[in-house]
Design a protein around this ligand. Structure first.
Ligand code: NAD
Length: 448
């Protein structure tokens, strides 16, 4: 591993990764490699997470194509040094900002979108002129092996490489002095990554998780709220970092919302969701067992059946939940949706603010004042008004957390920025020299 890392360090020093033509070519090579392996990627996502072909394409492969297309189009502008104004006090000089690649990057990925979350950051790393080592998750070993095959066929290892393995391998990598670490995963492991990075003051981008609320007020378009919450929650069987973790609904419209959510669960996944080609599986038996524990809390108003060996839990709605229940103490990350109520929007805001800052927040309301109030009074990574999830799928919106849900952002221009250092340079004239700033100048005081 150290050998591979040293090789990348040396390769980066040659400067080969920097020219625009090289970067554009590598982005095209990456796209061609994904095209070549598209079928295998879809099949592997089916085997490991039971993702439907449509979901595999739209949530894993298609978004990466879009990211590459967006990058290729705009990169020539982004890599140019930017001339900025210079104050009068610096007369004779010009000011520039030069984006430069960090160097050798470590990208650690989770298992829930095992293709997209390994490759999408790589697009930013390549565009910004870097080398990278990717460490996929050990919970999706088939995808990890496929990524290794695809990447090693496409790029020399001194430029981009995949290192497979679990926690131990991850920790060995974290012992190395990378120039930047891009981590996607849980909050506890995010803290481990940041502590390891602190040893060398390595900059980190942390894409973490948390409990993302869906708030529904009495003015909301309830039918669409129910439909879009059900879609966002049960996509990938709830294993989405920005899935609505819980619903916070105005007490007056709770029953109606629940009725409509039940209706959409059946419409999307049928009476037997485990037989639906559109319903995902939990990544492992261990993860399924953890989730099943939550089913003992509150009252199940829909779903509740499960099979640990087959790794599925029905889309489940839990009513009569309190903030003290375990299901409200940790990120759920599965197809279980607790429903809590509020009387006033101020109360709802206070409830959310009593938790860590969420990665996402979804508000369903037709009331513009309420929309404005929630945006102003709750700090969250990003989110939607009257929808779920969709904010992640546009390259024009930087995606990332705040507080414990993460630091830094990516997607589109933000991906280029995440893997770049912006170097400020002042170019001074030698045609003249203003002596005012030097010591022992009798005229200096006249200037202040
Ligand atoms: P995880 O933190 O357990 O693992 C992520 C990666 O870290 C894996 O590659 C794993 O091998 C490695 N790792 C695990 N323990 C480690 C340790 N002790 N030291 C070093 N490396 C270690 O996360 P997960 O279970 O794979 O993914 C689920 C979590 O990721 C959820 O919390 C979810 O919200 C979050 N997530 C966030 C985003 C985002 O974009 N913000 C996206 C997907 C998932």
């Amino acid at each position: 591993m150290i050998h591979l890392f040293e090789k990348q360090k040396r390769y980066f020093q040659t400067g080969e990764t920097r020219p625009i033509d090289f970067r554009l070519q590598q982005l095209k090579n990456l796209k061609a490699a994904i095209k070549k392996y598209e079928r295998e990627i879809i099949d592997t996502l089916k085997v490991e997470l039971h993702k439907s072909e449509f979901e595999a394409y739209s949530a894993e492969i298609g978004v990466v194509y879009e990211e590459i297309r967006f990058m290729i189009k705009r990169l020539p502008d982004w890599i140019k040094p930017q001339r900025v104004p210079t104050p009068l006090t610096h007369i004779g000089s010009k000011s520039y900002i030069y984006p430069e690649p960090y160097g050798v990057n470590l990208i650690i990925a989770p298992w829930n979108y095992p293709f997209q979350l390994a490759i999408s950051p790589l697009v930013g790393a390549i565009a910004a002129g870097n080398c990278a080592i990717i460490k996929p998750s050990e919970y999706t070993p088939n995808m990890s092996a496929l990524l290794k095959k695809m990447i090693s066929e496409t790029f020399p290892e001194e430029y981009i490489a995949v290192v497979e393995g679990g926690v131990e391998v991850s920790q060995q990598l974290l012992d190395l002095r990378f120039d930047h670490i891009f981590f996607t995963g849980s909050v506890p492991v995010g803290k481990i990554v940041m502590a390891a990075a602190a040893k060398y003051l390595t900059p980190v981008t942390l894409e973490l998780g948390g409990k993302s609320p869906a708030i529904v007020d009495a003015s909301a378009h309830l039918d669409l709220a129910a439909k879009r919450i059900v879609w966002g929650k049960f996509l990938n069987a709830g294993q989405t970092c920005i899935a609505p973790d819980y619903v916070l609904v105005d007490a007056n419209v709770k029953s109606l919302l629940i009725e409509k959510m039940k209706q959409y669960i059946v419409e999307f996944y049928g009476e037997r969701p485990e037989q639906s080609p559109y319903y995902g599986r939990i990544v492992s038996e261990r993860h399924t067992e953890r989730l099943v524990r939550f089913l003992n809390e509150g009252t199940i108003v829909h779903g509740g059946r499960y099979d640990i060996e087959q790794r599925w839990i029905e889309p489940t709605l839990l009513d009569e939940i309190t903030w003290e229940d375990d299901v409200m103490r940790e990120e759920i990350f599965g197809p279980i949706l607790p429903i809590l109520t509020f009387e006033t929007i101020d109360e709802a805001i206070a409830m959310v603010n009593a938790y860590e800052k969420p990665l996402a927040l979804y508000l369903f309301s037709e009331d513009r004042q309420v929309q404005q109030q929630v945006i102003e009074q709750i700090s969250f990574g990003g989110g939607c008004i009257n929808d779920t999830i969709m904010h992640i799928a546009t390259p024009y919106l930087p995606f990332g957390g705040v507080g414990q849900s993460g630091m830094g952002a990516y997607h589109g221009k933000a991906s280029f920025d995440a893997f770049s250092h912006y170097k400020s340079v002042l170019k001074q004239t030698t045609k003249f020299d203003l002596s005012i700033r030097y010591p022992n100048n009798p005229n200096a005081l006249k200037w202040i």
